[in-house]
Design a protein around this ligand. Structure first.
Ligand code: SAM
Length: 260
């Protein structure tokens, strides 16, 4: 069956081969895998109670479980109008919302790579939800580039919290305040991540920088694209191949093959 992707009805332009039943099963599986049985059941009960307008179990909603357990402030949606980003960048930027760290972990683990040989970069890293998730893996470094000063400041606080809780396995964990397309990558292997942060012009700028900065890197480069609104740019790029659609196409995974 062919559906228009309607998880949040916010990305109507993204068409994904999608089966509602399979999607629910996948979500259930990922929650069981990373959250465990008890917390998954509590989360489902909390959703059912919220739907039935019963004011009980609401502290066990999935997003509140995350906040309670991690102590990190990553949740919520910040609309574009409320983001402190330069006027001239507004038309290309997207609002802030955190991705599912469980989906991220599932996609990353399916690469079967040795993270310790890679740097990780999140372009449009917001409050740092995925920086926090990536920092639990032994990447050489985990870097976020975020255009909004306020989101960046929250990410810095979350990074401090991660360090205090001794949860950082990556060699370094930083958030940089700036435009994604202006960030210069060090010439080492990378796993790149983008969650629908910006429009095609900025994405093309990012791809051009990856090409130029990583020209001498011989190992494969991975590009994890969550809500891949502008996937055509990667599909049409001479450098990247599409490896897979994850979560019914809600994610797309691309790779630049290693060079001999
Ligand atoms: C949908 S959020 C993604 C947050 C995070 N990456 C995650 O997956 O949880 C997109 C973020 O991209 C930021 N952004 C938009 N345009 C940007 C740009 N040109 N450079 C850097 N960040 C940008 C927004 O401020 C917003 O915080």
């Amino acid at each position: 069956m062919r559906f228009v992707f309607t998880k949040t009805a916010r990305y109507p332009g993204l068409e994904v081969e999608h089966n509602q039943f399979r999607r629910s099963l996948r979500t259930l599986f990922v929650n069981l895998k990373y959250r465990g049985l008890n917390r998954t059941i509590l989360g489902l009960l909390a959703i059912a109670c919220a739907k039935a307008r019963l004011p009980i179990l609401q502290d066990y909603r999935f997003y509140k479980q995350n906040l309670r357990e991690s102590g990190l402030d990553t949740e919520g949606i910040v609309e574009l109008d409320d983001l402190d980003i330069p006027e001239e960048m507004r038309s290309s930027a997207s609002r802030y919302e955190a991705a599912s760290d469980y989906e991220f972990r599932d996609v990353l683990e399916k690469l079967h790579i040795d993270c310790s040989a890679y740097n990780f970069v999140d372009y449009g890293s917001g409050k740092g939800a995925i920086l926090a998730a990536a920092a639990r893996y032994p990447f050489q470094s985990v870097t976020g580039v975020e255009l909004s000063g306020e989101m960046h400041q929250t990410a810095l606080r979350n990074i401090e919290e991660m360090k205090q809780q001794d949860k950082v396995r990556a060699g370094s964990l930083i958030s940089i305040h700036g435009d994604a397309a202006s960030y210069t990558l060090p010439p080492v292997p990378h796993v790149i991540y983008v969650f629908n942060a910006f429009g095609p012009e900025v994405l093309q700028g990012v791809l051009d920088r990856i090409s130029a900065d990583l020209v001498d890197v011989r190992e494969p480069i991975y590009f994890l694209y969550n809500n891949p609104m502008h996937h055509k740019l990667l599909e049409e790029s001479a450098e990247f191949d599409k490896l897979s659609n994850a979560f019914g196409g809600k994610w797309m995974v691309f790779a630049r093959p290693g060079k001999r």
